[in-house]
Each structure stands twice: as structure tokens, then as C-alpha cells.
Design a protein around this ligand. Structure first.
Ligand SMILES: [Ca+2]
Ligand SMILES: [Ca+2]
Ligand SMILES: [Ca+2]
Ligand SMILES: [Ca+2]
Length: 260
């Protein structure tokens, strides 16, 4: 199938189907002219196909951190400039129509660092915090510089992995209790509680009495429930002060007296 046609009598050259510069930017045609008797005369017609912006850029993602089910798992302790993926953009058009820039569509703690003309490294630009944001859907946009520009986008999913980077915090740093003497042994005096901003195992708290705690008190390691194992006698001792531990410390004061 010829791309070009020529009118036998007028010599008018026409195209028979759309040209594609990306397939063939130049066509050289040989035209023969003959009056039917003498040797034909020949001429060469060169057709330069000018570019239009008819190709959308492409995005190729090569993961540096292997994704699991399409999602990259990244520790919240990942150092700055942790490399996640190499992004290659392509555009078959010429000049500005094929000049591609690559960016993320909104502010994320990741950047696209140019490495070669058409390659970008997706890397962490700030420190991550699982407690602040647990996952990111990053839309990578590749846009050419044509008028109007054409663009393509690709999604990249990153899930942040929790690390044990938060210590438990007591809900009350100092707890004061007044307890009537002659208490029934084993009744709950108070429930110590602390919170931990982490998740799952990283947020598990155990409670421990300080070494200064008299043996009369018992603290449930898991629930934080404080009990007295024997009767308290105000006449023997009217004030106890001791520390309760988890990761940090706190003071608790037990005053076994109804009068105080
Ligand atoms: Ca283009
Ligand atoms: Ca083109
Ligand atoms: Ca954490
Ligand atoms: Ca923790």
C-alpha cells in the first residue's frame, strides 16, 4: 500500500493515509515524467513530516523495595533518602512534545530525584511517622511539554510499618490515694493506667512496682490493678509512697487513712 499518490496528468501528490512522524519522519519520493516516447525525466520529492503531540508519555516503575500485593512496606524508622523505586518516563514525540517532567500530584514525604534525562528515583524526603500517617497513595504524573501537554499517571502504594518508638505514658504522673484502714485484703485500691501511642505489640504495657514498694502492695502486671494483700493499720503506718514502673516511672502515694 503506497502512502502517496500522484495524479498522472496534473502531477499533484496526495497522501492516501495519515502519516506518522514517529514511524517515518522523512519520505523520499521519486517522480518520473514521461511523454511516452523519450526516456523519462526523474525528480526527487522529499517530504518532511512535522511532529504533532500525539503520544502520551509512558511511566515504567521498577521497584527497589519489593512490593507485597502491590504495596511497598516501609518502616517508620526508614532513613532519609531511602530509595523505593526507579521511574522511567518515555515519550515518542520530538522536542517539547516529547520532553517529559515527572512529579507527584500532591505533597508527600517522598521526592522524585532526577537521575538521568528520563529517570527519577522515588525516595523518602522526610522522616516518616506511623502514628501520624499509616499509608500513602502516591500519584506519579508524567507530563510532556507540548501545547497542550499530554499526561499519564501511575499509582504507587506505600504502607508504613509501626516501630516501637513511643514509650508508655501514665495517664496520671502522680496518684494520691486515701484508703480507709481495716480494708478487706485483696480489694482493688486503684487501677494504674498508661497509654502507648504505638500499635499492637508495640503498645503492650506491663506494670511493675518499684523496688521501694512495701510488700503489702501487689500490682497486677497486665491490668494495673493495685491491691493491698493485708489489712492496713493507720496506727502502724499512715503513709506509703512508692514508684510504679512501666518504661518510664511514676510515683504513687497510698495513704491508709479515712481521716486524711
Ligand atoms: Ca508527547
Ligand atoms: Ca508525534
Ligand atoms: Ca510507632
Ligand atoms: Ca511503645
Amino acid at each position: 500500500m503506497w502512502l502517496f499518490a500522484i495524479d498522472n496528468t496534473t502531477g499533484l501528490i496526495t497522501i492516501r493515509e495519515p502519516l506518522d512522524r514517529e514511524e517515518s519522519p522523512v519520505h523520499k519520493l521519486t517522480v518520473l515524467a514521461s511523454d511516452g516516447s523519450s526516456t523519462p525525466s526523474r525528480a526527487t520529492v522529499t517530504v518532511n513530516v512535522t511532529d504533532i503531540n500525539d503520544n502520551v508519555p509512558s511511566i515504567d516503575t521498577r521497584y527497589i523495595i519489593n512490593p507485597v500485593n502491590g504495596t511497598v512496606l516501609l518502616s517508620e524508622k526508614a532513613p532519609l533518602n531511602t530509595k523505593i523505586a526507579l521511574i522511567t518516563v518515555m515519550d515518542k514525540d520530538a522536542d517539547l512534545n516529547g520532553k517529559v517532567t515527572c512529579f507527584t500530584d500532591h505533597d508527600v514525604p517522598f521526592r522524585l530525584k532526577p537521575v538521568f534525562d528520563n529517570q527519577f528515583l522515588l525516595e523518602t524526603a522526610t522522616f516518616l511517622d506511623y502514628e501520624a500517617t499509616r499509608e500513602y497513595a502516591i500519584k506519579i504524573v508524567a507530563s510532556d511539554s507540548g501545547k497542550p501537554p499530554l499526561n499519564q499517571s501511575a499509582m504507587l502504594l506505600i504502607k508504613i510499618k509501626d516501630e516501637n518508638d513511643n514509650a508508655p505514658v501514665f495517664t496520671q504522673p502522680i496518684i494520691g490515694l486515701s484508703i480507709p484502714e481495716n480494708n478487706a485484703p485483696g480489694t482493688q485500691l486503684t487501677k494504674i493506667s498508661a497509654t502507648d501511642a504505638d500499635s499492637g505489640r508495640n503498645a503492650e504495657i506491663s506494670y511493675i512496682l518499684g523496688s521501694d514498694a512495701p510488700p503489702i502492695f501487689n500490682l497486677d502486671r497486665r491490668t494495673g490493678i493495685l491491691t493491698a494483700v493485708r489489712k492496713l493499720d493507720r496506727e502502724k503506718q499512715d503513709r506509703y509512697s512508692f514508684a510504679v514502673w512501666q518504661y518510664g516511672t511514676s510515683c504513687i502515694t497510698a495513704v491508709p487513712s479515712a481521716a486524711l
